[in-house]
Design a binder for this molecule. Structure first.
Ligand SMILES: Cc1cc2nc3c(=O)[nH]c(=O)nc-3n(C[C@H](O)[C@H](O)[C@H](O)COP(=O)(O)OP(=O)(O)OC[C@H]3O[C@@H](n4cnc5c(N)ncnc54)[C@H](O)[C@@H]3O)c2cc1C
Length: 400
């Protein structure tokens, strides 16, 4: 068992922190403007390309960084320190597009995305279908040599810069859930609304309608009927990233709060000497250390392979635990700052707002808990509570 970073990981972390520092310069603009200005987007694209962290999940042969899961977690934790969703500026193609695209789809969508020339948005959620995708209403009807897609998609992250979407639709007449690659400029794709959210994100999460949008047979990603599976593959990857970001965000908030607690004098002493403040700092450091360890162990587990169903539940555990911990840490950080913690110019206030959505998107905490409980029922506790390879003594219980 080895718990220290290799020289390679130390170097990678330092490079990621360097990139995050450069992107920190855009936080105030993103907060003030409710997103990035177009000129900044171009600057950031150049900075990210120079860093080599674009498409870190894609193979090196395709122009990506080809990082393992443990490497990605180390890097993404650093990006998680960024407020205003600036971690999203370090783009990566969707897992399903990477693994399931045909050579033609790869040339048209994936390789340009790796180079930063195209961006994809995931159009899965609908007004009546959030956690429950069985309520999906978007349809794809056969038409000539392709399909006509009609429906409404909400909360499409990066929808303002995306020039294509992964659209989950039900192929008729069998209601077969299927993922389609749809160009943003296809006739019938319309921007409905650009809602404001609790956070001020670098990019937007607009709603779109699709009305009789004609696509060819070659727009199907994977197979007809495979849409839920591809959605799950995408969520799997994104939940790990959310957990890693949450650890980084919590650490950022705690480091500001700690500096302040050391410096601020009230009640005859620096506030770090007051026991109620000490309790908040201690609880926060525990929240971060414990979650960092679990998210790293999970990444290591994924790199080793293993039963994808158990890994899926462990990813859910990491998402629940790290995002709820980040919420607690950010809340305490605001409290430690007092009135100054409530100013939007204070990064801890922005972390406080930013991390809230992590308990909602990519599957709510409630849905993640259901996934964990289902895994306990199907395969028992052992795979979830032990390190891989550790045998549980038979006398410990009726685990399957
Ligand atoms: C800022 C933002 C960005 C987003 N980006 C994207 C994106 O890029 N692409 C995309 O497709 N979607 C995106 N989403 C949508 C997001 O994934 C959904 O909001 C999320 O899956 C929850 O769905 P819902 O909002 O419809 O809530 P609902 O599913 O209606 O849930 C409402 C409440 O009921 C609970 N609940 C639901 N079912 C159960 C159950 N069976 N048991 C117990 N409790 C339950 C939920 O946990 C929640 O508390 C984004 C959302 C936000 C806020």
């Amino acid at each position: 068992m080895e718990f220290s970073y290799s020289a390679d990981l130390v170097g990678l972390k330092a490079r990621a922190r360097e990139l995050a520092k450069k992107l920190t310069a855009y936080e105030d603009e993103s907060e003030r403007e409710g997103g990035l200005l177009p000129s900044s987007r171009e600057e950031i694209k150049r900075i990210v390309l120079d860093s080599g962290f674009n498409a870190m999940n894609a193979p090196v042969a395709w122009g990506g960084a080809g990082l393992s899961w443990i490497q990605q977690v180390v890097v993404e934790e650093e990006f998680g320190r960024l407020t205003n969703g600036l971690w999203a500026a370090v783009w990566r193609p969707t897992a399903a597009a990477l693994t399931r695209s045909t050579p033609e789809q790869r040339e048209r969508y994936v390789l340009p995305e790796i180079r930063g020339e195209r961006f994809g948005g995931r159009a899965i959620t609908e007004p009546e279908a959030g956690s429950d995708l069985r309520r999906l209403a978007t349809t794809a009807v056969r038409s000539g040599r392709g399909y006509r897609i009609t429906g409404e998609k909400w909360f499409v992250t990066l929808g303002d810069i995306a020039d294509y979407f992964l659209v989950l639709a039900l192929v008729q007449p069998d209601n077969a859930p299927t993922m389609f690659l749809v160009d943003r400029d296809a006739p019938g794709v319309e921007l409905l609304d650009m809602p404001h959210y609790t956070h001020n994100f670098a990019y937007a999460h607009p709603n779109f309608s699709f009305t009789d949008v004609e696509v060819g047979e070659d727009a199907v990603l994977g197979e007809v009927g495979e849409g839920f599976r591809l959605t799950q593959e995408t969520f799997f990857e994104e939940r790990v990233l959310v957990a890693a970001h949450a650890v980084g965000a919590a650490e950022r908030a705690l480091s500001h709060a700690t500096d302040w607690a050391r410096e601020r004098e009230q009640g005859g002493d620096r506030i770090i000497r007051h026991q109620l403040i000490q309790a908040m700092l201690a609880d926060s450091v525990i929240d971060i250390a414990v979650n960092r360890t679990f998210v790293h162990q999970l990444a290591w587990d994924i790199d080793q392979g293993g039963d994808p169903r158990t890994l899926n539940a462990k990813v859910a555990m990491a998402k629940i635990s790290a995002t709820e911990a980040a919420g607690r840490v950010a809340d305490r950080a605001v409290q430690i700052f007092g009135g100054r913690g409530y100013l939007r110019s204070n990064p801890v206030e922005r972390v406080y707002r930013d991390v809230r959505v992590d308990r909602i998107w990519m599957g709510t905490s409630e849905i993640q808990r259901i996934m964990v409980a289902n895994e306990i029922d199907k395969r028992g506790l052992s795979g979830l509570v032990h390190f891989s390879g550790a045998a549980e003594p038979a006398s410990m219980g009726a685990d399957r």
